[in-house]
Design a protein around this ligand. Structure first.
Ligand SMILES: [Zn+2]
Length: 262
């Protein structure tokens, strides 16, 4: 079974668009993509509505489908069902339609299946104490993208619209079930894994920006509880001499699921 501890917290002063769902057999983490200021996304719903619907559909799919069902199929179905939940006033062809990154795991008799789409992360602590992680970094690979600096240093919204859910660009769960086929997936032998971590990018900046290791994240959560991961992120952000060197918000919603496997 999976024995989980979790934390999810909005960026200071913001609304939390991350969502986590856990059971003793699976876990899901969604990170809603923030709206681009001033850019029309064609939708009457807010980001938290989108992640709530996508998460509910994906959770139901994982909970009820046979364990042999490809996780990408379950994600595609969840995207399709979420599309049907939008109203007549929503233009789902808008390239900035609400979206989320996804990390999910599913336990079966002899393995743990995982799925990552967008810059969420699944990390493992092996029985021998080594830690590893999978992050879908296709957005990060788009080095040539025009960056705007207004409220936040970020890719220009017109550029994002041209590369989001397009071949050669990057992929997120939005209003195109075909994006699910682009998710990274795999399986690990259950008896080789001590713990699994699911992290939103608000947590993984501890590794990607601030020099922590994947192993240290497990150790910190073990010693002090997962809340300590968020505290460490906020402390590192506060101590950052030049947060504007990074693309993305100075603070982000931060979510972690640590699942002990037994
Ligand atoms: Zn909508």
């Amino acid at each position: 079974m999976l024995e989980t501890t979790t934390v999810t917290e909005a960026a200071p002063g913001g609304v939390n668009d991350d969502l986590l769902l856990v059971s003793d057999r699976w876990a899901i983490l969604l990170d809603g993509v923030s709206r681009y200021p001033g850019a029309d996304n064609g939708c009457t719903h807010d980001v938290s509505w989108f992640v709530a619907h996508l998460g509910a559909h994906l959770g139901r799919g994982i909970a009820t489908a046979p364990s042999a069902t490809d996780m990408r199929t379950l994600l595609a179905d969840a995207i399709t069902l979420t599309m049907a939940d939008h109203g007549a006033g929503c233009d789902l062809t808008n390239p900035l339609t609400p979206a989320a990154t996804v990390a999910a795991i599913r336990l079966s008799a002899d393995r743990i299946d995982w799925l990552v789409l967008g810059d969420a992360t699944v990390s493992w602590l092996s029985s021998d104490g080594t830690a590893d992680a999978v992050t879908d970094d296709r957005l990060e690979q788009l080095k040539g993208g025009p960056v705007v600096v207004a409220d936040v240093r970020r890719y220009d919204s017109a550029y994002v619209a041209s590369v989001r859910n397009k071949p050669g660009g990057f992929w997120v769960a939005a209003a195109d079930p075909n994006a699910a086929a682009e998710a990274l997936t795999g399986s690990v032998q259950r008896d080789r894994v001590a713990k699994v971590g699911l992290y939103s990018d608000g947590i993984t900046r501890l590794v990607e920006r601030y020099g922590r290791t994947w192993r240290e994240l497990f150790d910190l959560a073990e010693a002090e509880g997962p809340r300590a991961l968020v505290d460490a992120v906020r402390a590192a952000e506060k101590a950052d001499p030049d947060p504007s060197r990074w693309r993305g918000k100075p603070h982000d919603d931060a979510t972690a699921v640590i699942a002990r496997c037994s």
